[in-house]
Design a binder for this molecule. Structure first.
Ligand SMILES: CC[C@H](C)[C@H](NC(=O)[C@@H](NC[C@H](O)[C@@H](N)CC(C)C)C(C)C)C(=O)N[C@@H](Cc1ccccc1)C(=O)OC
Length: 331
């Protein structure tokens, strides 16, 4: 039973995050969740979330679902790299996305969410698509939707076709040949500690020379920007008039009128080019002449992250076979 679902940008001005409609429970409750390959908890705003922390989000009410079952004695608590987080308890219930149903999916109900979640009314929770080893439920870790659904899919894969300021798709169980051009290049995945970790073969700035390098990083649909080693981003922003690494703004900013080069990264013998427009991420504030870059340094993170700014330049195959691999194609 394969499936396909929309990845909808939550803001028409710039791609902060993408949400996908899902239904939970009986009768079905529809929520819009952020599908996140950088984590492995499926959690939702719920009837257990204090009203002071809910600001327009849809909630899941297990008490209104005849198929909801409390997973007694289980709790969860998650912290993300951007400092946001949430915690709560756990139910199992029917969970459907794009026509793919898992009948006893662990659905983690939030009893606390950090302010950045409260302030983002379009995100009603997350669906972790990392490896289940990262799941934070205690005392027994739970399986992700993808791990639960795998055996019912034609092929143990899901693909991400994210788009710049437009609606893209997540497909489950099949590879849609109409969504990419040329060949898919598959790379090995390091599954420890549980991200989709792969090694890029180098980079080029604009039409400049390709710099062979081994850049170990994670493919993270839940992170808006792309964070790479300092020497890479310094060589990129060095090509942009007026670009500075600003402590005040927390990263590279540049005059919105400056011309940006594209950025190319190697995937094995192939490569993916991120158009300059994707790297001109957003004005600091509405109408500001100062713009924030979509390519930032990872030095403070401790991990290189190929977030949406990079992923939306490609068609990406998350292959959950044994051993897992990650596939990249132009589109
Ligand atoms: C289970 C925890 C999940 C897997 C968490 N994952 C992440 O933070 C990764 N993905 C982050 C998410 O994609 C996030 N941007 C979703 C939005 C909606 C909040 C980052 C690293 C790319 C993590 O690694 N948390 C780190 C916290 C951290 C990570 C990086 C830097 C600093 C701090 C931790 O400590 O986990 C125990």
């Amino acid at each position: 039973e394969n499936g396909s679902a929309a990845a909808i940008p939550i803001d028409p001005r710039f791609d902060i995050a993408y949400v996908t409609p899902v239904t939970i429970g009986t009768p079905p409750q529809t929520l819009y969740l952020d599908f996140d390959t950088g984590s492995s908890d499926l959690w939702v705003f719920s009837s257990h979330t204090p009203e002071s922390q809910v600001r327009g989000q849809r909630i899941y009410s297990p008490e209104k679902s005849s198929t909801a079952k409390l997973l007694a004695g289980h709790t969860w608590s998650i912290l993300y790299g951007d400092g946001s987080g949430s915690l709560g308890n756990v139910y199992t219930d029917n969970f459907t996305v794009g026509g793919v149903t898992v009948t006893s999916q662990a659905v983690q109900t939030a009893q606390q969410v950090s302010y950045s979640f409260t302030s983002q009314s379009e995100i009603h929770g997350l669906v972790g698509l990392g490896f289940s080893t990262l799941n934070t439920v205690f005392p027994n870790g739970q399986l992700t939707f993808f791990d639960n659904a795998k055996s019912t899919l034609d092929s143990p894969v899901f693909t991400a076709d994210l788009k710049w300021k437009k609606e893209g798709t997540y497909d489950f169980g099949f590879i849609d040949e109409t969504k990419y051009t040329g060949e898919i290049t598959y790379l090995p995945v390091q599954t420890d500690p549980g991200y989709w970790t792969f090694t890029s073969s180098g980079y080029a700035v604009g039409d400049g020379a390709f710099h062979p390098a081994s850049i170990v990083g994670i493919a993270d649909t839940g992170t808006s920007l792309t964070y790479l080693p300092a020497e890479v981003v310094t060589s990129y922003w060095g090509q942009v008039d007026g670009a500075v690494d600003s402590d005040y703004y927390g990263g590279y900013v540049f005059p919105c009128s400056s011309k940006l080069p594209s950025f190319t990264f190697g995937v094995g013998p192939a490569n993916i080019t991120i158009p300059a427009s994707y790297i001109n991420y957003a004005q600091i504030t509405e109408g500001s002449p100062v713009c924030f870059g979509g390519l930032q340094s990872s030095s403070w993170l401790g991990v290189n992250i190929w977030g949406d700014v990079a992923l939306k330049a490609a068609f990406v195959v998350f292959n959950g076979a044994n051993p897992p691999t990650i596939g990249w194609a132009k589109k």
